[in-house]
Design a protein around this ligand. Structure first.
Ligand SMILES: *[C@@H]1O[C@H](CO)[C@@H](O)[C@H](O)[C@H]1NC(C)=O
Ligand SMILES: *[C@@H]1O[C@H](CO)[C@@H](O)[C@H](O)[C@H]1NC(C)=O
Ligand SMILES: *[C@@H]1O[C@H](CO)[C@@H](O)[C@H](O)[C@H]1NC(C)=O
Ligand SMILES: *[C@@H]1O[C@H](CO)[C@@H](O)[C@H](O)[C@H]1NC(C)=O
Ligand SMILES: *[C@@H]1O[C@H](CO)[C@@H](O)[C@H](O)[C@H]1NC(C)=O
Ligand SMILES: *[C@@H]1O[C@H](CO)[C@@H](O)[C@H](O)[C@H]1NC(C)=O
Ligand SMILES: *[C@@H]1O[C@H](CO)[C@@H](O)[C@H](O)[C@H]1NC(C)=O
Ligand SMILES: *[C@@H]1O[C@H](CO)[C@@H](O)[C@H](O)[C@H]1NC(C)=O
Ligand SMILES: *[C@@H]1O[C@H](CO)[C@@H](O)[C@H](O)[C@H]1NC(C)=O
Length: 456
């Protein structure tokens, strides 16, 4: 096969600088210290009862309050032994490890009065589902440093079924809570646990940096409305690896604020690395960017992903009024199976928080590269429907092979320009620009950048 010079150069450089290896995976550099904490207490010492019926919110709050005093003494661990520990929402503290033993299950209360109601996030301006306030998450961190939530496959079960019913029957009074939310926090680890039945999101770091999510299993039933696995939101240096995520809606969704609120908060999601994950998203996308992306999303690397039984595989979502950008995204080694829409980039997706958004705030989608993608039992290969006033640019597809069930209309394209090489089925003309100027493809840019640095 004759390859264009640019692609050969890409392949040569990528091998030379280890684009597939550890050397270039800068975003996962956050290596937390997982040394045992010098102090440990059991939740039993605070009167907790693990019968699945007794409410333990006060025990968790008291335990954490007590452990606050160890923050400047190397931190402390809160140990949760086997049992069913029913609780309402509680806060964590800095330099804390929450450890769930094998057989320990934290159960979220199904009584909404056990969940505090709090102000909306400033980058959203309102609750995401309903105007106004929102429920606080089950486990919360606000302005914390060095927090680990881990264990020996302990479980956090949000018992979300009541929330899904209230959502479906429009009887919620505020937007639904999440399982774990960190706000303005740094150096966070969530690992070695099973999360089940989140009311809405499972893990939501917002305005955070240095976050590691590793070896997690997250699941919610296929019909659970808009349940999402992990949502890195206006956060940077986030690493998600070795995890299985099966959700009603999106498995992983990167976000950064909503229209005028996100634009004025102006905090991007950037330097995100996702690898070795198995994803299912029954009615959403296995990996989604947006639709709330008004603070921008950039420098995201995704590799070694398996996606199955999903509505869509990889989706970029935005709309007029969002502002912001999605750029510098590099996705490789993806295997899809039973996916309706393999690749999507949609420019009219999502609602507005209110009518104060600026319709002239046009989002930018640029420099998005997908390489080594295979798919079986796919219905539509790609839907790239850009924005007329702000077309999607430098969408680059290398070595993409999708077995579509109907050959009739496998690619839908408008207001998009890009490059492709070794793509099956044959892509639309908009994605077949010649390679002479494919240097605007993101992977080429990183290759040049890194090789230039490396050779100094
Ligand atoms: C939990 O943290 C929030 C700040 O995020 C605070 O307003 C609230 O009072 C705290 N609740 C408890 C029980 O400490
Ligand atoms: C993953 O977590 C399980 C417990 O949930 C643990 O037994 C296993 O060793 C962990 N694997 C790695 C690679 O950390
Ligand atoms: C972890 O726990 C869940 C139930 O909470 C169980 O389904 C799963 O098999 C366990 N995984 C491992 C590796 O023990
Ligand atoms: C919403 O508020 C109404 C009136 O206070 C209350 O009756 C209802 O139970 C609340 N719904 C939920 C799901 O909390
Ligand atoms: C997960 O568990 C394994 C096995 O116990 C342990 O070696 C590893 O450090 C844990 N990982 C994290 C990130 O806590
Ligand atoms: C693409 O696949 C080929 C063959 O398996 C491999 O050599 C190359 O490293 C892959 N490239 C990326 C970016 O994953
Ligand atoms: C294309 O990707 C597939 C896996 O997705 C890989 O096996 C194959 O070697 C790749 N080809 C090239 C030329 O990179
Ligand atoms: C492609 O996306 C556009 C924009 O959202 C939508 O109107 C159209 O129905 C989609 N096409 C298919 C076949 O899904
Ligand atoms: C390719 O380069 C030409 C001239 O340099 C330019 O006019 C054209 O817009 C470029 N195409 C793309 C898709 O970037």
């Amino acid at each position: 096969m004759k390859m264009p010079v640019a692609l050969l150069l890409l392949l040569a450089l990528s091998n030379a600088i280890g684009i597939n290896g550890e050397k270039s995976s800068g975003q996962c550099d956050y290596k937390p210290s997982l040394d045992p904490r010098p102090h440990s207490v059991s939740i039993l010492e605070f009167g907790a009862v693990g019968d699945g019926k007794t409410l333990n919110t006060i025990a968790f709050q008291n335990a954490i309050f007590y452990l606050k005093s160890f923050a400047d003494k190397g931190g402390a661990q809160l140990y949760v032994p086997p049992g069913k520990w029913l609780t309402g929402s509680f806060n964590l503290t800095s330099h804390l490890t929450l450890f769930l033993e094998k057989g320990a299950v934290i159960l979220g209360s199904q009584d909404p009065s056990r969940w505090d109601v709090v102000e909306p996030l400033p980058s959203y301006g309102r609750g995401i589902e309903l105007p106004g306030k929102r429920y606080r998450s089950l486990i919360n961190g606000y302005k914390l440093l060095d927090v680990v939530i881990t264990g020996d496959n302990g479980t956090i079960d949000g018992q979300g079924s009541v929330w899904w019913e209230w959502f479906n029957s429009h009887s919620l009074n505020y937007s639904r809570p999440h399982l774990v939310e960190f706000i303005e926090s740094e150096h966070l680890v969530v690992s070695n646990l099973t999360f089940l039945n989140a009311p809405a999101y499972n893990i939501h770091p917002v305005y955070c940096s240095n976050v590691l999510v590793q070896n997690m299993s997250l699941s919610a039933p296929p019909k659970s409305p808009y349940t999402i696995g992990i949502v890195p939101d206006s956060s940077n240096n986030v690493c998600i690896e070795d995890s299985i995520i099966e959700m009603g809606y999106d498995a992983i969704a990167l976000k950064s604020g909503w229209d005028e609120y996100g634009i004025s908060y102006d905090r991007a999601t950037r330097d995100v690395h996702i690898r070795r994950v198995h994803l299912q998203s029954s009615s959403g996308s296995s990996i989604a960017f947006g639709s709330e992306m008004s603070g921008g999303i950039s420098n995201v690397r995704v590799e070694q992903v398996r996606q199955y039984n999903s509505f869509s595989g990889i989706e970029f979502r935005t709309t007029k009024g969002r502002g912001g950008y999605i750029k510098g995204i590099y996705i490789s080694d993806v295997e899809m199976e039973n996916v309706n829409l393999a690749l999507g980039a949609i420019g009219d997706c999502g609602l507005h928080p209110d009518d104060k958004f600026d319709p002239k705030a046009l989002p930018v989608l640029d420099q998005i590269t997908l390489q080594n993608v295979t798919g079986t039992n796919i219905v539509i290969a790609g839907n790239f429907t850009g924005i007329q006033e702000s077309p999607f640019t430098s969408i680059c597809l290398f070595n993409v092979s999708l077995m579509v069930s109907t050959s009739s209309k496998s690619w839908i394209c408008s207001s998009v320009v890009g490059f492709s090489e070794s793509v099956f089925p044959e892509p639309c003309p908009e994605l077949k620009s010649p390679y002479s100027n494919s240097s605007s493809c993101y992977s080429l840019l990183i290759s040049y950048g890194e090789s230039a640095t490396a050779s100094l």
